[in-house]
Design a protein around this ligand. Structure first.
Ligand SMILES: *Cc1c(COP(=O)(O)O)cnc(C)c1O
Ligand SMILES: [Zn+2]
Length: 391
């Protein structure tokens, strides 16, 4: 029997081979394929039991979608008020670009100032439910800050490996909690090796991107919120700043779930377009070369620290979803990102992160290349507040 508002999670399956893993035990990823596990829900039953419009009247926040999130018993939910961020029209920018409808999901309003809060609220809650006591993670910044906050609230011990060039705000917000922070001489890929070592030698649970199944579930709720805001119609184009790819994978998963639930008013699905920094664009290279996996990006460098991910553990999944959605990928220079930060501030009053501004820079390029058309509805994402990057 499913509890009232309880999860409809029934299974986890490997994104590559489809092998099934029980969600009632602690799981990581499919070691046969070196690939992520994705959560499967009993959508058929849920569609019968839950009216999509009932969700709107529940208390605000990500957890009003609890049937579609992985926690069985609500007493384990660790929340700081994440989710239900505004989908803002960018009227001035749209007018100047000649666009019919341009929207921006303002994720900087989340706890800890970034959308990483969604994934870590979900993963830490599930870890608490499963009795996990110690969590480690490599982080380029925002994920570390979010893990530290949610784990502190959950009473879970943390050990975070962060590149020493991460934004100062990320170091401070992490260190102010009881988290142990180790600064690493190198990028996220280097920090990842330390986390893997701590997992192997000291038994820390490793919450690195896609190495556990639940962070992506929190991020998928962005997709549900967008659908609900647009009265169950989806935009034509999603432009998403891609590092590890949880947001892109999560939202495409959400759109497919929405279609299965029969909650959508239209059959057309958005094109998922990945934006990366010119100084670290492994997914863009792979898309342009028509490859199924990406190559490790040497000497990665960009002001958009969240995009400084030389290789994503979910590269094959990201590439498959981009292809499935008839999307593409595009890179933008740090210079174009800086111009876009100023434009969003001056014309729209938004202080965006470099990663968020990259989506606007990407849109400009996509319009020039005729890959997005002026009459299409486009959604951009400001994944973190610009206030996290001021020093
Ligand atoms: C982590 C991060 C990203 C990249 O997110 P993924 O979903 O892992 O691709 C983008 N923007 C910001 C601000 C981030 O912190
Ligand atoms: Zn597998």
């Amino acid at each position: 029997m499913v509890k009232e508002n309880g999860t409809y999670l029934v299974d986890l399956s490997c994104a590559e081979c489809g092998k099934s893993y029980t969600p009632h035990h602690i799981q990581t990823y499919c070691h046969d394929c070196n690939a992520p596990l994705l959560a499967d829900y009993d959508l058929e039953n849920l569609a019968d039991k839950l009216d999509r419009d009932m969700l709107r009247v529940r208390p605000k926040g990500m957890w009003r979608w609890s049937e579609l999130l992985p926690v069985h018993d609500s007493q384990f939910i660790v929340s700081l008020g994440e989710g239900d961020t505004p989908l803002l029209p960018l009227l001035h920018v749209a007018h100047e670009m000649g666009l019919a409808k341009l929207l921006l999901k303002e994720e900087g309003q989340n706890p800890t100032g970034s959308f990483k809060a969604r994934g870590l609220s979900t993963a830490v809650s599930k870890a608490k439910e499963l009795g996990i006591k110690r969590i480690t993670m490599p982080s380029a910044g925002n994920a570390g800050g979010a893990l530290a906050a949610y784990a502190a609230r959950a009473g879970i011990e943390t050990l975070i490996f962060m590149p020493e060039n991460s934004p100062l705000a990320n170091m401070k917000e992490t260190m102010i909690t009881a988290a142990r922070v180790e600064l690493v001489d190198g990028l996220i890929s280097e920090a990842g090796k330390f986390a893997a070592e701590a997992e192997k030698s000291e038994g820390w649970f490793n919450m690195a991107t896609f190495m556990e199944p639940y962070r992506v579930e929190g991020k998928k709720i962005m997709g549900y919120e967008i659908a609900e805001s647009l009265l169950w119609r989806l935009p034509d184009v999603i432009i998403y700043p891609t590092g590890g790819g949880t947001g892109l994978v999560g939202m495409w998963k959400a759109f497919k779930e929405l279609a299965q639930l029969g909650w959508l008013e239209t059959k057309t699905m958005p094109r998922m377009i990945s934006v990366q920094a010119a100084g670290c664009a492994p997914i863009v290279d792979a898309v342009l070369a028509g490859k199924e996996s990406s190559e490790f990006w040497e000497n990665a460098r960009t002001i958009a620290t969240g995009l400084c991910v030389p290789h994503s553990f979910a590269d094959r999944l990201i590439l498959r979803y981009i292809k499935e959605s008839h999307g593409t990928a595009i890179s933008v220079t740090d210079e174009a990102i800086n111009t876009a930060i100023q434009r969003l501030a001056r014309q729209e009053g938004l202080f965006a992160s470099p990663e968020g501004a990259a989506t606007l820079a990407g849109l400009e390029k996509l319009l020039q290349l005729d890959l997005v058309h002026p009459d299409e509805t486009v959604v951009l994402f400001n994944t973190a507040s610009g206030l996290k990057y001021i020093c």
